[in-house]
Design a protein. Structure first.
Length: 223
């Protein structure tokens, strides 16, 4: 009986460890679903190589530490407590997971919800004005990083972060709840757009999943 109990406890611990380890969710569409705006080859490399590497590095960095099974969301929220290797890779994992969620094929983009569109118009003038300002922020982020649309104190704000940082981190200069994001690392666009980051940022608006972004906006308002 003791042996059975011991075996059951061991299996339970192993299952718990497996369930809590940082993993990659499947891409919610085919690699070529975002063509011609984001090309298939870039998506394959971006998802299967870059994002997967962040997850692998994160698991290696936290293995055997007191925070080995801390969810990535909690790591990100209190990132100042952890080494730079955790900051880079937890950020990379969270950011990319978020990024895949707010993309969709060109024929399924939809439109911002009435509430979100109203907030965009009140903050930036028009949806087209918002796009121009977001593209401008994306191109002005020096080096590698991300461009974001966040909700801060109930208001919309465009901001950018370096490397794999994000606005949820306690070290971020501009903190808030992300509802839209664009990866402006060269690996996200160089095969198709080379050094033309602005063209890449403009193409991004052709494949935004506005239904998902609108949901994130509603959730952010409730926080």
């Amino acid at each position: 009986m003791k042996k059975i109990s011991l075996l059951f406890a061991l299996i339970t611990c192993q299952l718990m460890a497996f369930a809590q380890i940082h993993t990659q969710s499947p891409l919610p569409y085919a690699y070529d679903a975002l063509e011609p705006f984001f090309d298939k080859q870039t998506m394959e490399i971006h998802f299967d190589k870059h994002h997967k590497t962040y997850i692998s590095n994160l698991n290696n960095a936290v293995k055997g530490t007191p925070y080995e099974f801390t969810p990535v969301q909690l790591l990100v929220n209190e990132i100042s407590k952890y080494p730079m290797v955790v900051r880079n890779n937890a950020g990379g994992h969270w950011n990319h997971t978020f990024f895949w969620q707010i993309l969709t094929s060109h024929d399924k983009t939809g439109a911002p919800s009435e509430a979100l569109l109203k907030a965009i118009n009140e903050t930036f003038g028009t949806l087209e004005d918002f796009k121009l300002k977001f593209v401008d922020a994306s191109t002005k982020r020096f080096g590698s990083g991300w461009a974001w649309l966040i909700v801060k104190d109930g208001k919309l704000v465009i901001t950018t972060t370096p490397n794999q940082d994000n606005p949820l981190m306690d070290i971020a200069e501009e903190k808030g709840s992300p509802i839209l994001a664009l990866d402006v690392w060269e690996h996200a666009y160089y095969l198709k757009y080379q050094n033309k980051r602005a063209d890449f940022a403009k193409a991004f608006f052709e494949i935004i999943n506005w239904e998902e972004v609108s949901k994130k906006y509603e959730l952010a308002l409730k926080k």
